[in-house]
Design a protein around this ligand. Sequence first.
Ligand SMILES: [Zn+2]
Length: 310
Amino acid sequence: MSGYGWDGELLGHEEVRARLPTFRAQSFLFTGPEGVGRRQVARWFAYGLNCQEGFPPCGRCASCRLEPHPDYLEIRPETETKTGRKARRAVIRLEQIVPRAEEDRESLVGWLETRPRFRAKIAVIDGAHHLGESAANALLKLLEEPPGYARLILIAPSRELVLPTLASRTLEVRFGPVDEATLSRFTQDPALLAYAEGAPGRLVAALADPGGLERMRAAVDRLLEALERPAEALEAALEVRAVAEGPFAPWAYWAWRLSEWPPAARAEALEVLAELQEALEAYVSEELAYAWAVLELRRIHAAMRRGTLE
Ligand SMILES: [Zn+2]
């Protein structure tokens, strides 16, 4: 059953999985960092709800053997515009939630109109923080009165990022990091484990693309080593930027590298990284944001070397 996740095995979140089947709620909000396992647990939950033997899903019955499963639907933000150009923001659109006459695609509400083949129909709204306004309103109506056989699972990094009206109609289930002992089955590399930040999905993606990961690490290392040479530092920062556009977010690795710095300097540098991330998410000019971050890191680094920041 590949729907379970990597190699059919679920990693961590034992407590969440013990409690999920006991909840009476129909609508859930799964929160936690990207790659931590929210989708895998959502699939596991869905299979368990329809398994002829209940929880944990047996993997052998008529329902468990179905992949894809007719009673399971995932909705994701779309990043492409209709003309094929890359949209500025990923968004879940209205037609993904309710059927519209001019579209022949399947919508969530349309899919929920028919009864399940087994016991429950489970829909995952992956990226609930990317719901467009009209799509969010349509989903709100569904959350207020879902069919009895429906289970709705919203997935987002945190509750704060989801519209309060939606969040208040769901039961939040928090996903913390998976412990390092579990993750060390994949790798013993401390830098890689730091990069994963307790998210198995990140680790699996990194191990699947060692070249991409190596480029990210080299770019960050080079930047930190070039801080005393302004031109080279900026060039290295732009390299980090280029790498960060791929699947490898450099932040956790960067933070790990800064652990070599004295505490005060490290704290200031981490603040710079957090502000850089915020600026990028707010669509500030990337080049400006990175140039500013390099200036700040250079200032902190110089103070550190003078001994005024310990
Ligand atoms: Zn089963």
